[in-house]
Design a protein around this ligand. Structure first.
Ligand SMILES: [Zn+2]
Length: 353
């Protein structure tokens, strides 16, 4: 089965909840204890399981159907809380992996966890045991911060296809994505930012040209490496695009950076989406340049963390990474941009521009 057709079935599964075929598939394959973007009962040989397998194969090529289909939650009855993408640019399953492993019903719906309607005031968790480790509590803070911005209504949920402006699925757009992931033209010029150090600018320039020594880049140059998988998540091949737009680490970073800067959630499909984000922001040129500086510093921080994991076997500590991004950007931008009156507390609130 070709990828376009597969994607169409996945799209129909999500958007045709009331149809008979979908109810049949759901009753055979869906098990609330096992969360998957598309349900699949192992061991059955059937057309549906072939579809699900193909979806997993596409993921290895960095094409994530569950990110291309975004649920817009009304009553939350048709959107899966952990495994669908809805409140963020990545599903909670990947954004909050420690919590996901504590969840009792990994296939639960948004409506199973959030009370309807109105703003979320209580979340009805069902854990195997309560979150207690540092990583679990950090993730819990993260998910609660995201959920605080969600309102459950009486409307039905609906879905948008992220690869088309109109939000409706087309097979053509799937083919385009597959072509694009194989050949990436580079006509975007990296903007040198005079408020960050030269080494960080050089990093940004190399990242934009896809010249960082990621595992996939090394493999292309026939340098022996143990694996091409991303050292941070072990979920997908490590490319520049993956590290900075779809890995769970960067997803949490973008979530936290956008809430720190009070800018809309960052949805990036390419590195250039991040490097060009400031251009569409409201506000003064100085503010745009500070945001650009922070985004490049954040990418640099992710790359440093990745190197620490690979070369020094350090643990992934996202809270520390965020703290580093805030501190380095304060130190560098404040002095270079001559924002001498800006105090650390103003920087943490980002309320001076
Ligand atoms: Zn990754």
């Amino acid at each position: 089965m070709n990828s376009g057709l597969l994607a169409k079935w996945a799209w129909r599964y999500k958007t045709e909840a009331g149809r008979l075929w979908r109810k049949v598939i759901s009753s055979i394959h869906f098990d609330p204890k096992h969360g998957n973007f598309l349900p699949s009962k192992k061991g059955l040989s059937c057309v549906w399981n072939n579809i699900v397998r193909k979806e997993a194969a596409l993921k290895k090529d960095n094409i994530h159907l569950n990110r291309l289909m975004k649920g817009s939650v009304g009553n939350g009855k048709e959107v899966q809380f952990w495994t669908d993408t809805w409140a963020s640019n990545i599903s909670f399953q990947y954004l909050f992996p420690a919590l996901f492993s504590l969840e009792k019903y990994k296939g639960c719906m948004v409506s199973d966890r959030l009370r309807a309607p109105g703003p979320v005031d209580r979340i009805e968790w069902q854990w195997h045991r309560a979150p207690s480790s540092n990583a679990e509590l950090t993730e819990l803070n993260g998910v609660v911060a995201i959920l605080a911005q969600i309102s459950i209504t009486n409307q039905e949920d609906n879905w948008t296809w992220q690869a088309e402006d109109l939000g409706t699925f087309t097979v053509k757009s799937v083919r385009k994505i597959i072509l694009n992931t194989n050949t990436v033209p580079c006509d975007f010029i990296f903007e040198w930012n005079r408020w960050i150090p030269r080494k960080v600018n050089i990093f940004g320039w190399r990242m934009n040209l896809d010249r960082l020594p990621t595992r996939c880049a090394l493999e292309k140059r026939h340098i022996p490496i143990p694996s091409t998988l991303c050292p941070l998540c072990n979920e997908a091949n490590e490319t520049v695009e993956h590290l900075f737009t779809s890995c769970f680490v960067c997803s949490i970073v973008w979530q936290m950076v956008s809430s720190w800067l009070s800018i809309p959630p960052i949805y990036a499909y390419t590195v250039r989406d991040i490097l060009g984000l400031h251009k569409d922001m409201a506000g003064s040129d100085a503010k745009k340049m500070i945001i650009h500086a922070i985004l490049v510093i954040a990418c640099w921080g992710i790359w440093k963390l990745r190197n620490e994991v690979v070369f020094s076997r350090k643990r992934i500590d996202i809270a520390r990474l965020i703290a580093d991004i805030k501190a380095s950007s304060y130190l560098w931008v404040k002095n270079r941009a001559k924002l001498f009156s800006v105090e650390w507390v103003n920087w943490l609130e980002f309320d001076f521009v």
